[in-house]
Design a protein around this ligand. Structure first.
Ligand code: TMP
Length: 270
């Protein structure tokens, strides 16, 4: 059976707007919009071109970023599913949208670090790029108004954000994602320095299960070329190091996602 043609419009802003207007918006974040999905328990996740950093103090619109992140998140989530790591991903709908399972997001950002960088380097005075003795997991409380502060497992337990069983499951999911992502990246000459994931709760009868949710993309990872150390992630935007879509396209190209060179910059057809 042939796959239906992609409903991608998304060379045409007018059409894009009219399709989007018909759906109920559930939530708009900094980089994505969530719409009610076609069936109960589903959500449409729309990837915007907006880039923000430092809790949205720095903002820009980066042509094609949403298209790349939609594809890359699909690629990583599909790979995780194939090795038995449960994720929210159901299927990609078009260039900017994917259908995902609705879940209750645990209000934590789970960060896994293999090499020191970013806030950890700053906080502990460890040079960026220093290999860590083992992967280090950090938890941040998801609250933009507080700037997503680092919290300990004590805070998480005391405030009831997750149970001890959840924390065990989260740790195991985070380490499996780390092993998978590190291997996939290593195979294309990229070092996975660190990344952030979010975890969601789904209910199945009397049971609840935790799944990897949100997105996995160069917005939420640090990716360095193994040979040159060149940054291929959102630090390019955070630190003004060059063109962000070029960096994300390079990651996509190496992974064999987005074979067409100009997909990130569609041209308007009149
Ligand atoms: P950090 O070094 O700034 O704490 O970032 C650690 C990792 O988490 C890095 O891969 C980028 C990612 N991250 C997000 O995905 N969202 C955020 O809001 C922040 C601050 C970091």
């Amino acid at each position: 059976m042939r796959a239906p043609p992609e409903r991608d419009s998304f060379t045409h802003p007018g059409l894009e707007r009219s399709l989007m207007a018909r759906r109920k918006k559930i939530y708009e974040g900094k980089a994505k919009i969530l719409y009610e999905g076609p069936e109960p328990g589903t959500i449409v996740q729309y990837f915007k071109d907006d880039a923000t950093a430092f809790n949205a103090e720095k903002k820009d619109v980066i042509d094609g970023k949403g298209v790349l992140n939609n594809r890359l998140s699909e690629f990583f989530m599909t790979g995780l599913t194939q090795i038995g790591v449960p994720t929210h991903f159901i299927r990609r709908l078009n260039m900017r949208e994917q259908l995902v399972r609705n879940c209750e997001i645990i209000p934590l950002e789970i960060i896994v670090r293999n090499y020191a960088a970013g806030s950890m380097s700053k906080r502990l005075g460890i040079a960026e790029g220093t290999q860590l003795p083992r992967p280090i997991i950090e938890y941040c409380y998801k609250d933009d108004s507080l700037g997503d502060p680092l919290v300990s497992e004590e805070h998480i337990a005391a405030f009831g954000w997750a149970s001890q069983q959840d924390m065990d499951d989260i740790l195991s999911l985070a380490l499996r994602v780390n092993d998978f992502m590190s291997g996939v990246m290593l195979a294309v000459g990229i070092r996975l320095v660190d990344f952030k994931i979010e975890i969601g709760r789904v209910y199945e009868g009397d049971f609840q299960r935790l799944i990897v949710a949100d997105e996995i993309s160069p917005d939420s990872c640090r990716l360095w070329d193994i040979e040159t150390g060149q940054k291929l992630d959102k630090d390019v935007f955070r630190r003004d190091l060059g063109n962000l879509t070029d960096a994300y396209s390079e990651v996509a190209r190496r992974l064999g996602v987005l074979p067409k060179s100009n997909v990130a910059k569609p041209t308007l057809i009149n």
